[in-house]
Design a protein around this ligand. Structure first.
Ligand code: CO
Length: 183
């Protein structure tokens, strides 16, 4: 199983690289990588396992965060209605997004960032994501709310973008008009 020792921290160039597309049919290695990433998220949200292995709770992870510069992410996140979005996504792509923006009132965090970075990270309120599952089948997800924020954060990792790149440098608490804030 993956532990925090496997998580690459900021400063490592792999987090600033543009990750490579995966090819299909997926290699066993690419399948295993995705499964390990999702398993890490599930473990990290289990209080007993997390405590035993000193895992920081995470709702999303991208392959570059375990030093694999390939385009795959995993999310394991509940929305406001307690619906679970649990996916391993290969070659995920944001096909379309809303004009409306949203952000988390408490800012964002990242398994690769061991410090608090205050400030609003403004993202699209809704996104349509196209990707392939572990069997190489195409899938399309329409996301809003917290899951939409999480998937945008993770896809950013595939393009070498960290969440704080989006924070206004002069005024981290600056918010453009009409941004929905999720508390
Ligand atoms: Co992150």
């Amino acid at each position: 199983m993956l532990t925090m020792d496997d998580i690459v921290r900021e400063g490592d160039p792999v987090l600033r690289a543009v990750a490579e597309l995966v090819t299909f049919p997926l290699s066993d290695e690419d399948k295993k990588t995705g499964q390990k990433m999702l398993e890490f998220l599930i473990n990290s949200q289990d209080p007993e396992i997390a405590e035993e292995h000193e895992l920081r709770a995470g709702v999303g992870i991208a392959a570059p965060q375990i030093a694999v510069s390939k385009r795959l992410i995993a999310i394991h996140v509940h929305d406001d209605n307690d619906r679970l979005y649990s996916y391993i996504l290969y070659n995920p792509k944001i096909r379309s997004h809303s004009v409306e923006n949203a952000c988390l009132g408490g800012g964002e965090g990242c398994l690769s960032v061991d410090r608090e970075v205050p400030g609003f990270v403004v993202r699209s309120a809704r996104v349509t994501v196209e990707a392939f599952d572990i069997d190489g089948k195409p899938l399309k997800l329409r996301l809003k709310g917290y899951p939409a924020i999480v998937v945008q954060h993770e896809i950013d990792h595939l393009n070498g973008i960290m969440f704080y790149d989006h924070i206004n440098k002069e005024n981290p608490s600056y918010l453009p008009p009409d941004v929905t804030i999720y508390e």
